[in-house]
Ligand binder design. Structure first.
Ligand code: PMP
Length: 353
């Protein structure tokens, strides 16, 4: 933000580029971290015992089923490091969150890419794409950058199919469902799957979540995962010993206990989308229906990268989507009311409407 401001001679920057929650962290989390500053000369608890116990208690599972990472990004990479070797493969969608592909490539695994259907993971095609050497299947639910989600029925059907394939295997392939936008999707979508309940039936199912989005703690870097104790133990053997800082552990735990925090984040998205979507519709701009705190906007025939630059010259940072295979789209995070207003005004100007 600072370099954009300096280089372009702008006074103020609005960042709607990384699906953060602009309301900021829970005041209880901030107070807990201030209190913990006295302990900063000590190494953190390498097992994040208290945070894992709190996550487990809230989810109604035992702490043996919980792992925490420096963001869910670290857990995605850890899954790759733990379970992939050259000669293995992973299955992902063509417009899925990009870190899965990167984790596969990092480990020299083949990345099998399956086309989406209507901007959504095509779970039938993904099940058909799985091979004997497939070790991991990644599903972002909702997906970033499309914002779309797979329903309970779709996911259960998919897991059943994978289960049948796993029965014939020595080492089961893992299905990783990345729920970075869980708080939004589980509250706002009636048919959103409850993966923790599904884990009872499907032990090879792993769930990832994060404090970076609704909890507004992206800068703290804390993500977490639920899975079978055997999977958690394997990941723990590869995990760096002190991956969650002292502040990360206490801040995340306090935020988890502040239930009002996520509710505020959801309310903001609900009220802002009521204002933004009609304006975009009036401008004739197609928007992909989103279960997250962001939207993917189709600006065809304009190039997303070009609109991104023009918006940046007006002090508004969004994301162009070339690396996701969407050359005509931008992704925009719902900001504060005033920020969204300025974005809409700038977009109208840039598009000359
Ligand atoms: N998964 C998805 C689908 C995301 O959108 C993001 C954030 N961009 C992440 C994982 C990573 O989040 P973090 O590492 O901050 O937990």
């Amino acid at each position: 933000m600072e370099s954009v401001r300096r280089e372009r001679g702008l006074k103020k920057i609005i960042k709607l580029a990384s699906n953060e929650n602009p309301l900021g962290p829970s005041t209880k989390a901030l107070a807990a971290m201030r209190k913990a500053e006295k302990s900063l000369f000590l190494y953190p608890d390498g097992a994040s015992t208290s945070l894992r116990a709190a996550l487990a208690q809230k989810a109604g599972v035992t702490p043996h089923r919980v792992i925490v990472g420096a963001g869910s990004d670290e857990l995605i990479e850890l899954l790759g490091k733990t379970f992939l070797n050259p000669g293995d493969s992973i299955v992902v969608s063509d417009h899925a969150f990009i870190r899965y592909k990167m984790a596969g490539e990092l480990m020299g695994a083949e990345v099998i890419t399956v086309p989406m259907r209507l901007y959504t993971h095509d779970l039938t095609a993904m099940a058909a794409a799985v091979r004997e050497n497939t070790k991991l299947v990644f599903i972002a639910n909702p997906n970033n950058p499309t914002g779309t989600y797979n329903t309970r029925t779709e996911l259960s059907g998919f897991l059943k199919q994978i289960g049948q394939l796993n029965e014939r295997r020595e080492a089961p392939m893992l299905v990783v469902v990345d729920e970075a936008y869980y708080e939004y999707a589980s509250t706002l979508q009636k048919d959103y799957p409850e993966t923790l309940a599904l884990q009872k039936e499907y032990p090879y199912l792993m769930t990832l979540r994060t404090f970076s989005k609704a909890h507004a703690l992206a800068g703290l870097r804390v993500g977490y995962g639920f899975g079978d104790p055997s999977v958690i133990t394997a990941l723990d053997q590869v995990r760096p010993p002190f991956n969650i800082s002292v502040l990360g552990q206490v801040g995340a735990e306090a935020s988890l206990k502040d239930t009002a925090q996520a509710k505020r984040a959801i309310r903001l998205v609900v009220s802002e989308r009521k204002k933004i979507l009609p304006v975009l519709s009036k401008l004739g701009i197609p928007v992909v229906p989103s279960a997250g705190n962001f939207i993917l906007i189709d600006l065809s025939p304009r190039k997303g990268a070009e609109v991104f630059e023009s918006l940046m010259n007006r002090g508004i940072i969004v994301r162009s989507m070339d690396e996701y295979g969407f050359p005509n789209h931008i992704r925009v995070t719902y900001g504060l009311p005033r920020e969204n207003q300025q974005f809409l005004q700038a977009l109208t100007e840039v598009l000359g409407r």
